[in-house]
Design a protein around this ligand. Sequence first.
Ligand code: ADP
Ligand code: MG
Length: 728
Amino acid sequence: MSTLRFHALKKTLANKPVLFEDNSPRSELFAKNVFNENTMQKYLTQDALQGVLNAIKRGKKIERGVADQVAASMRDWALSKGVTHYSHWFQPLTGSTAEKHDAFFELTENGLGIEKFDGSSLVQQEPDASSFPSGGIRNTFEARGYTAWDPTSPAFIYGTTLCIPTIFVAYTGEALDYKTPLLKALHAVDEAATDVCKYFDKNVKKVTSSLGWEQEYFLVDKELIASRPDILLTGRTLLGHSSAKGQQLDDHYFGAIPTRAFNFMKDLEHECILLGIPVKTRHNEVAPNQFELAPIFEEANLAVDHNALVMDIMGRVAKRHNFKVLLHEKPFAGINGSGKHNNWSLSTDTGINLLSPGKTPMSNLQFLTFFINTIKAVKDYEALLRASIASASNDHRLGANEAPPAIMSVFIGEQLSKVLAELEGVTKGKLSPEEKTELKLNVVGKIPDVLLDNTDRNRTSPFAFTGNKFEFRAVGSLANCGNPMTVLNTIVAKQLKDFKVEVDKLIDKKDLKKDEAIFNVLREYIKETKGVLFEGNGYGKAWEDEAEKRGLSNNRTTPEALKAKITDKNIALFEEMGVMSKVETEARYEIEMEAYVTHIQIESIVLGDMARNQIVPTAVKYQNTLIENVQGLKSIFEKDFDKLAKEQIKLIEEISKHIEGINNNVTKMIKAREKANTNQLAQQKALVYCFEVKPFFDKIRSHCDSLELLVDNEIWPLAKYSELLFTR
Ligand code: ADP
Ligand code: MG
């Protein structure tokens, strides 16, 4: 480590965080800062409480009088906890969370101060929204958007602010955030799934979608990265030679958590618990300084909010611990990147997980119905599902042999594959009584037992069935889960809706019994969806070839993947399911393409600047030292000079070669950028950035990284991989 960096690190280590020592049981602290049903019971009249609960549980509209009451009690509760401000809290399409704080404080007519917060402030706000991405929906002269209260996600206190989860929509009604389409998708899946559930149990009135995310992240020392503009500005390293020790020894995974990281986690988890985020699991991940945090799963809208909140809190808590959290999918080349598994299931208001096999043949038929319909949805909309997780940063991960490939396939395990094979053999049309008995007892009836040993979980699959849920593993660590969850719930909703139509048709037209009709439709689905089922190694080249034969898409880059969003089929899907209008879908596509462009553009500029302003001057400096050395040798040793200076001269030449390589490539990269920027359409621009600008990254990097190995460590301007990854 250079003297400079050593001192930076000493500063960190001297600057000890205040250690967090509240060891009260979590159950006592849980949701203390949340205005949830429990809190409402204490603060609201019975009528008002009922009004809010009707809105939460049955989607009823909240009357103005009730909103006023809720606002007043929220204010009283918040004031009792030292809160001074309130804020509508939302998730614009920038990918981070947004808030604008207003004080409760108001002046009365006679000049006195009061603390005020009424129903209208709770229900709706008009933040100046002109600088949030809108994909052209809001013209700048009418740059008004408004936020509207989402009562299904409870208000919470963070710091001294009361935060109210809201949706964010344009003045003309189009969604400008992640939450609005998600809520619509959850509504669509609720309706479609409830209808299908009625085949099995007439008492089901609501189906809820659940999400359990697992958030991976890196921690790096704050002082050390002060020397790294790439990490500070892009969230990842654009340069850096690999460390002698990386993750080869696999000694980090599930190992003892380093003390500094442990203190950070404890502090973070305490904040989460107060905010009602049921964090449960923490552990080291595969790469050095990589960790994971996972909560108990929750209703999907709440879980998405909680994940967005956690990503935000992580950054703040990290500061206190002199860390920076890296949520980027690939902060370090050659080292595992981070993802965010999205565990997903559907459950009824009668307490049944629809993706969990039951105890009776009929409940297992229900399980199979939802299981097979989900597979069918993924089969029919695999390209859209891939598009839902596309981002410049996630491109580094998908298909990089450490994370699922860019090909969407479903893993179900050997046992369930057998069950599907048996179901596929069922007779078409009416079933004989013997066949029915055989099916119910020996195929469907056996499922709970077979699942018990369904332990061979294939880690290379992007979409795997894991016993009582599907696990969507290709989601990026930096992503807002709202996007993939909107798509997944929408495609399943559409599929269940179509399924219901087909089953009803067989019952009406062919006079089949309900279970016969269900078996018949499922059998056809099994035949149609074989192409998306894959149990083998998803990382291999063989799978890419095989997937191509099966007609599955393999969109390795974001500009290619995003195109799926605006095909006629997918636009029609969102319209039919009431999730997004054509305008909204197209706007989102535009915004994501633009985000891709901006992302690569920033990386390109930062890389060019670092290479020219930091690496080249450092290399020249060291080259001058070598030149001085050679000249000195020449003045002392006339006779043996050639021999003595040979290696130094080689180094001098080598350094020149790399400097040339850097300069040439940076110049070409800038030219490519200029070419890209002449494109008016975001899609074309993105393609040029992807295929003509980005390829220079590796070329420039390789020269810089070679120089890192040649140049005196003492003057190297950037913290090295070994320091960033192994400083604990
Ligand atoms: P891993 O993938 O690390 O092996 P698990 O398979 O144990 O971990 O998954 C744990 C995650 O799955 C947790 O976040 C948990 O909340 C979530 N989970 C468990 N059951 C469900 C369910 N029915 N619906 C959604 N998520 C679930
Ligand atoms: Mg997992």
